[in-house]
Design a protein around this ligand. Structure first.
Ligand SMILES: Cc1ncc(CN)c(N)n1
Length: 216
């Protein structure tokens, strides 16, 4: 079995909760209350700040240029198309700079701390474990909803678009292949640390959606 399938299976309850969350269902059918989306966008932009640092560090730890290039291209997308999606959504939903400047919520802080831990671990497999959870879980939920209605507002529809499609499928496949490849060369201790990082990230994803759905 692939290491990444083994890791997912080891946290199936959280995986199912994240990839079939009511927050995503309401986002996709356009019934998500705008205040919940505003909360999510403000807090997720804080998530992105630390995510970009983690991805950049993983690129620096990639064994070869060929291993790093797909991640570098993805970093380019996150810091261009995805970044402007946030800025356009803040403007359209009238989220002022002051509202964007609120502190990170506990669920956001916990996720930032986990990403910082992975980033400063010096261990490629731990960085990959967090990146894989973040992108594979989003690909899985977003794939459920890619045939959304044509009148869905862009702040909902483009969030699905950013997490579906061939390019994003390839990013997730690449990240998974990277971890699957290094896994067999890790000792038990290193595998266990990476598994803890994977499970911790999934638990953070679940808490983040729960907090956004409860709007707190
Ligand atoms: C919390 C969270 N997790 C994952 C993603 C995927 N890009 C995100 N934007 N935010």
């Amino acid at each position: 079995m692939r290491a990444t399938d083994f890791l997912k299976n080891s946290a199936q309850g959280d995986w199912d909760a994240v990839t079939d969350h009511p927050f995503c269902k309401e986002l996709a059918n356009g019934t998500l209350p705008l205040d919940k989306m505003r909360w999510y966008l403000v807090q997720d932009y804080k998530f992105i700040d630390e995510f970009v640092r983690l991805l950049a560090t993983a690129i620096a730890h990639a064994p070869t240029l060929a291993d790093g290039v797909p991640m570098a291209q993805f970093l380019g997308l996150v810091t261009s198309t995805e970044n402007t999606y946030f800025l356009r959504s803040f403007a359209a939903l009238e989220v002022s700079q002051q509202e964007q400047n609120v502190s990170a919520a506990p669920a956001t802080r916990a996720f930032q701390d986990l990403m910082t831990k992975a980033r400063t671990s010096g261990r490629y497999e731990q960085m990959l474990a967090v990146l894989i959870v973040a992108e594979w879980s989003y690909l899985t939920w977003a794939n459920r909803y890619k045939t959304y209605s044509a009148d869905l507002p862009f702040w909902y529809s483009e969030w699905i678009d950013l997490h579906t499609g061939e390019g994003f499928e390839n990013v997730v496949a690449h990240l998974r292949n990277q971890l699957d490849d290094v896994w067999e060369r890790l000792d038990d201790h290193q595998q266990s640390k990476a598994a803890t990082m994977f499970q911790g990230a999934l638990s953070c994803e679940r808490a983040f959606f729960d907090a956004a759905f409860a709007n707190k």
